[in-house]
Write a protein that binds this ligand. Structure first.
Ligand code: 9D3
Length: 241
């Protein structure tokens, strides 16, 4: 599964340039019993299975030792689960400052709670929807972290832009052709008037955020100019708003 980050795009370039490295450990390689069981039925009854402590802990200890050999004294141990704290860009920025992280990915109904209590520093979720395991969420977090590492992005992409995200949604983007099936690109973008273009983009960002993610506006105080622009738009387009 992890070929996705190691073989494609910005993340694969970062691995090739030795900006970061990734190792994978399969808990099934750490089971001693002849049936290679990594899961078992839950105490208390319930449908589904729970991941056993021992193979996970053996895999985690191996990963820890190998990271220490690479120079990360105390790698952060992160468990991906639907019960975790919800990830945002701020958390990604903080994680990107650690010199080593171990991501533990669960399958089935999850892992024995004692494994989490004994080993895990941080439990995180991607949001309130269900996927089948922690691997894809881990890959998303790994991708987001790598973008923040020095030298991972080319000049065209800005890690700074990602890392602040400005607290607003992005404005719309357009490219050639100028007219597609009769639909034109907004005229201001063709004007060459950079002041006006900047103002239009800020307006669009404010308007989209107001319409789609109003809660973001409460977290981010608007300055006078922004507030003025948004008030203008609300008057024009949403007089009851
Ligand atoms: C019936 C209870 N379900 C928990 C809400 C069971 C369950 C569903 C999915 C248990 C584990 C999983 C696997 N999900 C993850 O490992 C996971 C996840 C997710 O499902 N959503 C958002 N973020 C994440 S991070 C890891």
């Amino acid at each position: 599964m992890f070929d996705n980050v190691s073989k494609f795009g910005i993340t694969s370039r970062a691995f090739n340039n030795n900006i970061c490295s990734l190792k994978k450990y399969n808990p099934r390689d750490f089971v001693s019993d002849p049936y290679r069981r990594i899961d078992d039925t839950p105490f208390g009854g319930d449908p589904g299975m729970v991941m056993k402590i021992e193979p996970l802990e053996l895999a985690l200890n191996k990963a820890t030792t190998e990271q220490q050999e690479l120079g990360s004294n105390k790698p952060l141990k992160v468990y991906l689960s639907p019960q975790g704290k919800k990830v945002n860009q701020q958390m990604i920025n903080d994680l990107s400052k650690h010199d080593g992280i171990i991501f533990v990915c669960g399958r089935y109904e999850g892992v024995d709670e004692r494994f989490i209590e004994r080993n895990i520093d941080l439990e995180i979720s991607l949001g309130d929807f269900v996927v089948s395991g922690g691997e894809i969420p881990a890959m998303m977090v790994i991708d987001a972290i790598i973008r923040q590492l020095d030298g991972a992005l080319g000049h065209e992409d800005s890690a700074v832009a990602d890392s602040f995200m400005n607290g607003l949604l992005d404005y719309p983007h357009y490219t050639k052709p100028r007219v597609y099936e009769g639909v034109e690109v907004p005229e201001v973008l063709l004007s060459g008037d950079h002041k006006q273009i900047e103002k239009w983009r800020l307006k669009m960002s404010l308007w989209r955020t107001y319409q789609r993610r109003p809660e973001l506006l409460e977290e981010r105080d608007l300055n006078k100019i922004e507030y003025g622009l948004l008030a203008e738009l609300v008057n024009q387009l949403d007089p009851k708003g």
